[in-house]
Every structure is written in structure tokens, then in C-alpha cells.
Design a binder for this molecule. Structure first.
Ligand SMILES: [Zn+2]
Length: 61
């Protein structure tokens, strides 16, 4: 059974000896985790921007 690394699309072996599966390497594993965390952090940032807009509206009143 073969699969492709989700990060670099390189064919990998789904073998117990591949400790980084479904990635081909530790580097690809970290890169994918970083991309996922990046998506996650976009939500709190968007909330903070909304709060600061509300604070500005208060200042104008
Ligand atoms: Zn890879």
C-alpha cells in the first residue's frame, strides 16, 4: 500500500518503520502542523480586530 505525503506529495511508505507517516519526513510533518496552526490562529486575530473596531466606535461617541 502506498500513499503521498500531504505536504510535498512525494510517494511514501505506510510502514511502521516510517514514524512520520502519513508524512515522508519530520520536516513535512512540522510544515503541515505549522500550516494548520496558522489557519487556527487566524480566527482569534479576526476577533481582536473586531473588538478594536468596536472600541474605536465607543471613542467617537
Ligand atoms: Zn513530504
Amino acid at each position: 500500500m502506498t500513499a503521498c505525503c500531504p505536504t510535498c506529495k512525494k510517494p511514501i511508505a505506510l510502514d511502521p518503520s516510517n514514524q512520520f507517516r502519513p508524512f515522508c519526513s519530520e520536516r513535512c510533518s512540522i510544515l503541515d502542523l505549522g500550516a494548520w496552526a496558522d489557519e487556527k490562529y487566524k480566527v482569534p486575530v479576526a476577533v481582536q480586530e473586531t473588538e478594536s473596531v468596536n472600541q474605536n466606535a465607543d471613542d467617537e461617541e
